[in-house]
Design a protein around this ligand. Structure first.
Ligand code: 5GP
Ligand code: ZN
Length: 114
């Protein structure tokens, strides 16, 4: 058991608009959407950051990524979408339970200007 916010969402202790769930992952709408479509896709297993994922987690992370296009399509981001994983302090991570942002439903601005 952990007090982690997203673990609590997994357990249903905190409400969230759940859009996909299976035995190992959960997707729900971001509470403060940064784009027309903004979903969060998380493993149910608590992994704090991408940097904490071990080699054993690679298949799970692969299945997480592979799920993203279907979720994007189903939620109106069929013309393309952006996936982001913020990692650690300098990565701007706020919630320390690994999550994949799925952003779309609009043209996304450039992240970095070269
Ligand atoms: P991070 O900055 O850690 O990559 O992103 C955390 C995301 O979680 C933010 O986009 C934030 O809006 C979202 N978030 C934080 N608390 C909650 C919550 O209680 N419910 C939902 N659905 N999203 C949350
Ligand atoms: Zn957690």
């Amino acid at each position: 058991m952990t007090d982690c916010l997203f673990c609590r969402i997994v357990r249903g202790e905190i409400p969230a608009t759940r859009v996909y769930e299976d035995d190992e992952m959960l997707a729900f709408k971001d509470i403060h959407p940064k784009a027309a479509v903004h979903l969060l896709l998380i493993p149910k297993k608590h992994i704090a950051t991408l940097a904490d994922a071990g080699a054993d987690d690679a298949p799970l992370l692969g299945r997480l990524l592979a799920r993203a296009p279907q979720l994007a399509r189903e939620h109106g981001a069929g013309e393309g979408f952006r996936t982001i994983i913020n990692t650690g302090r300098d990565g701007g991570q706020e919630v320390y339970h690994l999550h994949l942002h799925i952003l779309g439903g609009q043209a996304m601005p450039a992240l970095i200007k070269y």
